[in-house]
Design a protein around this ligand. Structure first.
Ligand SMILES: *Cc1c(COP(=O)(O)O)cnc(C)c1O
Length: 398
């Protein structure tokens, strides 16, 4: 049985009539830049997450660039980013002329290690970008404490976490800015590129809106050098069709994650990550395994204070070479899987120009890049597909 990693049609085609109607409505409106669809979608996202301002933008990447520009970050500045993330988090910092400083990961939630982040702060550090990787919030108390102590700005990269919660606060609403992505494989997947920037701060929202359209106010009179970072009305109209279903998509992902955890945790050598040992990989493995049952696979876990939205369900295989062996095993059975992410940012060729100190001390992340693999978790995943995945993992372990 072929088991795809993702099946966008399973989510979109049931809405085909409404999507087509939304397309037709934008077509007939003749309005293809800004306008009421974008404004309405911004308002709906703001309401959903409890943000004061939501600003539609061209992608999750551009949301990050716009946030950095609105905060005035540029050459001479340093910005702390997790080294275990999608490229955009770090690439956007470099594009402003600032230096990305790479920080190691937590082996339980895979997010930025705030204790290690503290050790990389210098007088040049201006901001920190926690990423809520795979749909689970980073340690925002830790991040905000660093920000307060050292006067840092905070941009939450919520590309994978729209609707997730940290201690009952929505992802993206805690820092100065939060960013979302509507890339098709994200939890609220669009029909091409799109994104959203959110903030609770009126002045920052105004600055971001100005920079979103070439810094012009009024048109053709430019106060600042901005860019074209706008969300298309067509994208907004189509996403508005999907938004009322979003809570159901999230619930289905959470149910899939629960089912994987309950089925996989019965297999020999499979254990659930232990939040009590979130700072040290070795201590974690020692606490989970025993001499008769060495740990083969560590399942992902949500901290009790987080609502996880499971953009990915990511296993760790701590024994050398076993992750790649499982990948081959799944691929040979036509089961979709993906390595998020095979190379950390500190090791990317394009970042070798940064000072050694900005790339040091990322050992946990290096291991994660070698040990992690993500399984199909999309909301419409048929139960028989999930069972096929579990059976394939079982046969790998036997
Ligand atoms: C997808 C993603 C982005 C970029 O979003 P795009 O809409 O693809 O530009 C940024 N950060 C993270 C963590 C992502 O997963």
């Amino acid at each position: 049985m072929k088991v795809p990693l993702l099946d966008l049609n399973a989510q979109n085609l049931p809405l085909e009539k409404e999507l087509t109607a939304a397309f037709t409505s934008v077509l007939r409106s003749g309005m293809f830049i800004q306008g009421p669809e974008v404004a309405a979608f911004e308002k709906e996202i703001a309401t959903m997450v409890g943000a004061t301002h939501a600003i539609g933008v061209s992608s999750g990447t551009d949301a990050l660039v716009l946030a950095l520009m609105a905060l005035g970050i540029g050459p001479g500045d340093e910005v702390l980013v997790p080294t275990f993330t999608f490229f955009a988090t770090a690439g956007c910092v470099a594009r402003t002329g600032a230096t990305p400083v790479f920080v190691d990961a937590c082996p339980i939630c895979f997010n930025i290690d705030t204790a290690k982040a503290a050790r990389k702060i210098t007088p040049k550090t201006k901001a920190i970008i926690p990423v809520h990787l795979f749909g689970q919030s980073a340690d925002m108390d830790g991040v905000m404490a660093l920000a307060r102590t050292h006067g840092l700005r905070v941009i939450e990269d919520g590309a994978q976490s729209i609707g997730a919660r940290y201690k009952n606060q929505a992802s993206g609403t805690i820092g100065d800015f939060g960013t979302f992505s509507f890339f098709p494989s994200k939890n609220l997947g669009g029909f091409g590129d799109g994104g959203m920037l959110i903030t609770q701060n009126d002045a920052l929202a105004d600055q971001a809106r100005l920079l979103r359209t070439h810094g012009s106010r009024p048109k053709y009179f430019h106060l600042e050098v901005g860019g074209n970072f706008r969300l298309d009305p067509l994208q907004a109209a189509l996403l508005r069709v999907k938004l009322p279903h979003y809570a159901r998509y999230t619930a289905a992902r959470q149910a899939n994650a629960d089912a994987y955890t309950s089925e996989l945790s019965r297999l020999p050598g499979v254990v659930i990550g232990d939040p009590a040992h979130c700072k040290c990989l070795t201590a974690q493995e020692n606490s989970l395994g025993s001499s008769s049952h060495p740990v083969k696979i560590i399942l992902p876990v949500a901290y009790a204070h987080n609502e996880h939205i499971w953009n990915q369900y990511t296993l760790r295989l701590p024994e050398a070479g076993q992750r790649d062996a499982l990948k081959n095993h799944l691929q040979a059975r036509d089961i979709g899987c993906e390595i998020y992410y095979p190379r950390t940012m500190d090791e990317q060729v394009c970042f070798q120009y940064t000072p050694e100190a900005s790339r040091s001390d990322c050992d946990v992340a290096h291991r994660l890049a070698a040990e992690c693999i993500s399984l199909p978790i999309y909301p419409e995943l048929p139960p028989e597909h999930r069972q096929e995945v579990v059976a394939a993992v079982a046969s790998f372990l036997s």
